[in-house]
Each structure stands twice: as structure tokens, then as C-alpha cells.
Design a protein around this ligand. Structure first.
Ligand SMILES: Cc1cc2nc3c(=O)[nH]c(=O)nc-3n(C[C@H](O)[C@H](O)[C@H](O)COP(=O)(O)OP(=O)(O)OC[C@H]3O[C@@H](n4cnc5c(N)ncnc54)[C@H](O)[C@@H]3O)c2cc1C
Length: 347
């Protein structure tokens, strides 16, 4: 049996461990933390990621735990709808539920080692599934692979009440955005993003929430309602980091999956989806081909697609958080909304 060390037991690491052939690999998952994430948040699972969840055998359970999404209104900063963006088949699922289901899918033969990994494990293939600040990525690809700090702060949380009537959607203001979507069990998932000097580490959530309220309050009733219900204990505040282009995802006995490979801005809601696809693709290849061939094929299948997603996500961030270009952006989006309306009437 080949030894395989997975550094990081998050979405990518657990999905990989769940899908590797236990008859072929002796797998150890190294995870820094034990237990569920301290703050509950929600993730959009797009259809391609649902295929990966299906391969892991947990799609029905994710569907049952999550909520339908369908689409959302894209609005200007005052709440006027540009248009209704469709997202058929997308599921919103709490990160804690997804991690719980992935964890339960990992075979009992996989060894769990808790505590932070500071240097590369020495046995067999090492998989970097340790997120944007990946120890594996830095150790093998070098210091230039360090994550890059974006100027943006992101806050998110779930409040224990339904979406305020007529308030769902994403609000794009000048240099700031606010999102409100349904969460599982009849609750509301909200998120906000804007430029900020807070952090990058040790962000005081009270301060971040106060800054968010100061920016968004008294503009839109639904947003006010959500921010009034948000508490620091149920809010996650973090600066956004991205991972530079690594050239290839496998080298010198190591391979990268998930955010460790292509940490991206969150504006397309795709990072976790790509992490799941990476994990299932890599496991299928490792299960069925000799190691060097499997790693080459993984690189070929995943590098361009996931990097394209990373670049597209950055472009979306610039559009959604446009500052000086906001009037032009809004004009174009209003035009796009009118064109869609006339096309719909014409049919
Ligand atoms: C505001 C926001 C909203 C988002 N919304 C969406 C969305 O709607 N849909 C979507 O698909 N994606 C979304 N994402 C992206 C998504 O969160 C990430 O892409 C996803 O978590 C990546 O999973 P991962 O397993 O690669 O990394 P992580 O989730 O970062 O997991 C890495 C794991 O490695 C562990 N670890 C790290 N370092 C070490 C170490 N040295 N030793 C041991 N363990 C270690 C960590 O504890 C963690 O468990 C969002 C991101 C943000 C910031």
C-alpha cells in the first residue's frame, strides 16, 4: 500500500480522503482543529460540484440538509432590481453540515492526526489541502507562492429568522456589496464586502460589524433588519486572500487541491465547488493509474479550468465592488436588465 498524507481536513481534504481507495492507499489526514467551525456560514453548491458530491455518495444528504437557491435579484445600492440572475439547481448548504457529511464519508481506515502541521510529512505523496495559507504550497513551491492580501473585508453569518419580505438578493453599491439569501431551516444567510484596513489577522468582529452597520444602515429596510439581528458571536469577519498562479499543481512529491491550489475571491461562490471537483478528480486518477501518470493527468484536467475560475472571480470582484466606475457599471446593468425584459416579452 502507498502512504499518502493529506495536510488539511477541510472540504478538499475530507473529500479526497473519502474517495481514495482504502485498499490502495494508507491515508493520514492532518487537521489543525477538531470540531465544527465556530461560526455557521453557507456555501452555494453549483451543479458541477453536485456531481462530485454524488460521486462521494452524499448528494441526497446535502440536498436534504440544504435549501434550494434557484437565483437571486441583482440590485443597485438602493435596492432597485437590475435583473433576476438565474442559478437553476444550485443548493445552499451550511459549511458545518457539508463538513459533517464529508467527515462521515471518510472510511474508518483513514488515520486522523490533530494539530497544526509546520513542515512536510515525510512519508509518501503529500497533498496540500490546507487552504490559502498552505504550508505545503510554500514548502514545495517557495516563498513567492505566499497568499496575496486583497484590500477587501468580508463578513458573513446566519440569522435565525426568514429572509425579510422582498429583500433577497445582492446589493451592489459604490465599493460595497451586501447579500441576503435563504439558508437551511428557514433562516437567512447574509454577507457583506468592502475595502477595509481592518486585519489582516485578529479582526475584532464587534468593530467589523459596527463598520458594516455604519456603511449600510438606514438605506434599505431589509438590510437594516438583517444587520439588527446579526450578533458578533454569529458573524465571521475576515480579509480576503488569493493564491498566485503556481504553474502546475504537482511537483516534487506534493500535489495541491482546493484553496491551496487556487484560493480565489468569493464573488462567484465557486471556491469550495472547485475544491470538491479537485478532490474527486485526483482520487479517481490515483485510484486507477500509476502515480506519475495520475498526477500529470490531474494537472492537465484541473489547472486551466480552476485558474480560469480564479481569474473570473477576480473580475467579478472588481465589477461588484467597483468604486469610481460604479455609475458606468450601474448604467450598463440597467441596460442589460431592460434588454432581458424586452427579450422575455418578445418570446
Ligand atoms: C466570504 C466567503 C464566501 C464564500 N462562499 C462560497 C460559496 O458560496 N461557494 C463556494 O463554493 N465557495 C465559497 N467560498 C470559498 C470556500 O470557502 C473555499 O474555497 C473552501 O473553503 C476551500 O476549501 P479547502 O478545503 O480547500 O480549504 P479550507 O476550507 O481553508 O480548509 C483547509 C483546512 O486545512 C486546515 N489547515 C490549514 N493549515 C493547516 C496546517 N498547517 N496544519 C493542519 N491543518 C491545517 C484548516 O484548519 C482547514 O480545515 C467562500 C469564501 C469566502 C471567504
Amino acid at each position: 500500500m502507498d502512504a499518502l498524507s493529506v495536510v488539511g481536513g477541510g472540504i478538499a481534504g475530507l473529500a479526497l480522503a473519502a474517495h481514495l481507495d482504502p485498499g490502495r492507499f494508507h491515508v493520514t489526514v492532518h487537521e489543525r482543529r477538531e470540531g465544527p467551525p465556530p461560526v455557521e456560514t453557507s456555501l452555494a453548491m453549483w451543479p458541477e460540484a453536485q456531481l462530485a458530491l454524488d460521486a462521494l455518495g452524499i448528494l441526497p444528504a446535502v440536498r436534504a440538509a440544504g435549501s434550494g437557491f434557484g437565483g437571486m435579484a441583482l440590485r443597485d445600492g438602493s435596492g432597485n432590481v437590475f435583473f433576476q440572475a438565474q442559478a437553476p439547481g444550485v443548493i445552499g448548504v451550511s459549511r458545518a453540515d457539508l463538513l459533517r457529511l464529508l467527515d462521515a464519508a471518510v472510511p474508518g481506515s483513514v488515520v486522523r492526526a490533530y494539530g497544526p502541521v509546520a513542515s512536510l510529512p515525510q512519508s509518501g505523496l503529500v497533498v496540500g489541502a490546507d487552504g490559502v495559507h498552505s504550508v505545503v504550497h510554500r514548502a514545495v513551491w517557495g516563498e513567492r507562492s505566499r497568499a496575496r492580501l486583497s484590500p477587501y473585508l468580508a463578513l458573513r453569518g446566519i440569522i435565525d429568522e426568514p429572509v425579510p419580505p422582498g429583500a433577497g438578493g445582492e446589493y451592489w453599491g459604490r465599493g460595497q456589496l451586501f447579500g441576503i439569501t435563504p439558508a437551511s431551516r428557514g433562516r437567512t444567510y447574509w454577507y457583506a464586502s468592502f475595502r477595509s484596513e481592518l486585519g489582516p489577522g485578529g479582526i475584532d468582529v464587534d468593530e467589523a460589524l459596527a463598520a458594516t452597520r455604519a456603511r449600510f444602515s438606514s438605506q434599505i429596510a431589509g438590510v437594516d433588519r438583517v444587520l439588527a439581528a446579526a450578533t458578533p458571536g454569529e458573524t465571521l469577519a475576515q480579509r480576503i486572500w488569493t493564491v498566485p498562479y503556481p504553474g502546475r499543481y504537482a511537483r516534487d512529491g506534493a500535489v495541491l487541491v482546493g484553496d491551496a491550489a487556487h484560493g480565489m475571491t468569493p464573488n462567484l461562490g465557486r471556491g469550495a465547488c472547485e475544491a470538491l471537483i479537485d478532490a474527486v478528480t485526483l482520487a479517481d486518477l490515483l485510484n486507477s493509474r500509476p502515480l506519475p501518470e495520475a498526477l500529470q493527468a490531474y494537472n492537465r484536467r484541473r489547472l486551466l479550468r480552476s485558474q480560469a475560475m480564479r481569474v473570473a472571480s477576480s473580475a467579478m470582484t472588481r465589477l461588484a465592488l467597483a468604486d469610481r466606475a460604479q455609475p458606468l457599471r450601474d448604467g450598463l446593468l440597467r441596460l442589460a436588465g431592460r434588454c432581458r425584459q424586452s427579450a422575455a416579452v418578445g418570446h
